[in-house]
Design a protein around this ligand. Structure first.
Ligand SMILES: *Cc1c(COP(=O)(O)O)cnc(C)c1O
Length: 454
């Protein structure tokens, strides 16, 4: 048969895109998978490799297969790992009002830089800064795109050309490209290492200060802990030393908690009260908001940052401003914050509530064939470089598949339309209920049954 006649028998793109069985793919993925499958078939026909094109059903099957392996842009997943601030899964899920406020203000025009009183130009950050200073007791506040940007801005505005004294125990790397020595260099400052890895004394800082010193910098060792023989200088002592020499004390806190989470970390307010001059922390770690870097502290120093050209490059987007501002609103009442901000709700969830949650999910899953389903005690983590070394007792559903391997089961759950990301432990798949929304239980039950009984 004429090759062109065969080509004309191939299904039309429009029809393919409307196929219900491909709905698990995003429209973009559907289209690009269809194009690549049809192109391959066309080229096989033209080169004579293929004489009879595959049937419609088979073509759809191939498109689905290709589409599922294509990298997706962002997609919602169920976090069943028990790691609350899971860096790879987007850190902090937003509170409902935060997501809604971001959506509402961005669907239309907003007062981003508009002064309602005068009808003239306003400041995009005024409201947010007021909220931040009210909540933290700081003199002034400013926020940028993320905490890495915050640290860079602080160093660039306050320390360029001068030395920054940092304890050797705090020269940390946070997630690949953020390394304290490199950020200091990027800020145009000179790193002055102080003390030893496990032990730094006040006299070490004192000896490091000279007439080129621009600041003392303290960095939270967010993702590791030094144990054994260790010594670090208490904040008030460090502050007194800095102030004696007319230097600012800067603290890169990483995750910053605005309410007491009854863990071992001091709150942001507590640190400010100890006399830190500039404190920066992330919006999407313990605060539970959108990705942001928050800088609070002395008004004269914050003004220098606001005037620095980097500020314009690192500034926050209106979606983030809306989401952060709505998140902070919850903090006006600590109890409300713990209920409405998902990160706080998950971190402070009492063990008996988690057990109840596990029993509920177990009840829904226990009848599924081809596996053993049990409730298991487990440990959750804060994650995201927050509260390192602290584990939280929790409950998980432990699934031991009998027909497929546990790795295969985890793999299949990852490929679902709404993927379920669990943790494999000793040949079982654990679904830690701490990070699972109850509203996702039905979907989990349905998908597990489909996956295991298939
Ligand atoms: C997480 C962290 C950062 C980086 O913050 P991002 O918001 O991820 O940019 C910087 N410093 C410390 C100490 C951190 O823990």
């Amino acid at each position: 048969m004429d090759k062109n006649l065969i080509l004309r028998q191939l299904p039309k793109m429009d029809a393919i895109l409307e196929e219900g069985c491909l709905e698990v793919l995003s429209r973009n993925n559907r289209a690009s998978a269809a194009i690549s499958v049809l192109d391959a078939i066309r080229s096989d026909i033209l080169t004579g490799l293929m004489v009879t094109p595959p049937g419609y059903e088979e073509i759809l099957g191939r498109i689905l297969e290709v589409g599922l392996t294509q990298p997706q842009s962002l997609q919602r997943v169920i976090n069943a790992t028990g790691i609350v601030l899971h860096t790879n899964l987007g850190r902090a899920p937003l509170a409902e009002n935060a997501a809604r406020h971001a959506a509402e203000t961005s669907l239309g025009y907003s007062t981003l830089e508009f002064d309602m009183k005068t009808g003239g130009r306003g400041s995009r950050m005024l409201g947010l800064e007021q909220q931040l200073t009210n909540l933290t007791g700081a003199e002034a506040a400013i926020a940028v795109n993320n905490n890495a940007a915050a640290v860079l801005l602080v160093l660039s505005a306050l320390c360029t050309g001068g030395e920054v004294a940092v304890s050797r125990g705090e020269l940390v790397e946070i997630g690949g490209s953020f390394r304290v020595p490199e950020v200091i260099a990027a800020g145009g400052a000179i790193l002055r290492e102080v003390g030893a890895t496990n032990s730094t004394r006040l006299s070490d800082y004192e000896g490091a200060i000279n007439n080129t010193t621009a600041a003392l910098l303290k960095v939270h060792t967010s993702n590791y802990r030094i144990e054994g023989f260790t010594k670090e200088v208490a904040l008030p002592q460090l502050r007194d030393l800095a102030h004696k020499h007319g230097l600012p004390l800067i603290y890169d806190l990483g995750g910053g908690a605005l309410i007491d989470l009854s863990h071992h970390e001091p709150t942001v307010q507590n640190l400010m009260a100890q006399g830190v001059d500039v404190l920066c922390f992330s919006g999407d770690k313990l605060l539970g908001g959108p990705q942001a870097g928050i800088i609070i502290g002395r008004a004269d120093l914050v003004t220098k940052m606001r005037k620095h050209p980097l500020y314009r490059a690192l500034r926050m987007d209106k979606l983030t401003i809306a989401a952060l501002s709505a998140t902070l609103e919850h903090y006006e009442d600590a109890q409300q914050a713990k209920e409405k901000i998902p990160v706080l709700a998950m971190l402070t969830s009492p063990l008996d509530k988690l057990e109840e949650k596990a029993k509920k999910l177990h009840e829904m899953l226990k009848g599924i064939k081809n596996c053993h389903v049990e409730i298991a005690e487990t440990m959750s983590q804060a994650g995201g470089g927050s509260l390192p070394g602290e584990n939280f007792p929790s409950y998980a559903i432990s699934i031991a598949p009998t027909k497929i391997s546990v790795a295969e089961c985890a793999d299949k759950l990852r490929r679902l339309y709404l993927p379920i990301i669990g943790r494999i432990h000793k040949d079982k798949l654990l679904l830690d209920v701490r990070t699972i929304e109850i509203s996702d239980f039905n979907s989990i039950a349905w998908d597990l049954q489909e996956t295991l009984e298939d």
